[in-house]
Design a protein around this ligand. Structure first.
Ligand SMILES: N[C@@H](CCC(=O)N[C@@H](CS)C(=O)NCC(=O)O)C(=O)O
Length: 202
């Protein structure tokens, strides 16, 4: 497999998963400079001109959450996704899509400096509602975590959520609430994130 990536991008969110799945040596990381992402050679692979992009034979998988889901299903025996017939599967997908959808959209709005007032005025049409609703959703999810989102077993959804939270907290996009601490501290201990700057920065 090939993972088209950039060291200063969200493709980094995938790297701890490769370690957890024990497939680092099966994935060639191809660094694409931002200046080259919209050149024909890369647009032929991903017409969106963005990273991450995973190529596995004839399959071209873009969108971070899809890559998490694809890899954890491909290596289902590693236990980082509930099986298709596992009742926990729905909640697993919910958290992956939550990270990719509402949480990412909120982070993007903050980084382009959309104000709280502008968001509030549009909150019924925004996928995350407003900051309070977003934070409450995460707080409630983490208050039920034991210690992971789906219970005793870690999944890729924990890795994605924890990565996005520490990244957002490092940039003060989201506050480091006490309710987040046990979850974040648990993931921080894992070997797979030891070299991830954001986990050490919070
Ligand atoms: N929805 C995509 C977004 C990917 C994305 O925005 N990647 C940025 C880097 S963080 C990128 O490749 N930007 C290059 C560009 O647009 O020129 C995902 O979550 O995978």
């Amino acid at each position: 497999m090939k993972l088209y990536s950039n060291t200063r991008s969200r493709s980094n969110t995938i790297l701890p998963l490769l370690k957890e799945l024990g497939i680092v040596d099966q994935v060639e990381i191809i660094e694409i400079p931002y200046e080259k992402m919209h050149e024909a050679e890369y647009l032929n692979i991903n017409p969106m001109g963005k990273v991450p992009c995973l190529v596995d034979g004839d399959s071209v998988v873009t969108e971070t959450a899809a890559i998490f889901a694809y890899l954890t299903d491909k290596y289902i025996e590693k236990g980082f996704a509930p099986a298709l017939n596992d009742p926990k599967r729905g909640e697993y997908l919910k958290w992956l899509f939550f990270c990719h959808g509402p949480l990412t959209e909120y982070m993007d709005m903050k980084s382009v400096k959309v104000t709280a007032e502008q968001m509030e005025a549009q909150k019924t049409g925004l996928s995350f509602g407003n900051e309070q609703l977003l934070l409450d959703f995460i707080k409630i999810g983490l208050s039920r975590a034991n210690p992971y989102l789906l219970g005793e077993k870690i999944t890729a959804a924990d890795l994605y959520l924890a990565y996005w939270l520490v990244y957002a907290m490092s940039f003060k996009i989201i506050p480091y609430l006490d309710e987040f601490k046990p979850f974040i501290q648990g993931i921080q201990q894992r070997e797979s994130v030891k070299d991830v700057h954001w986990f050490q920065a919070v």
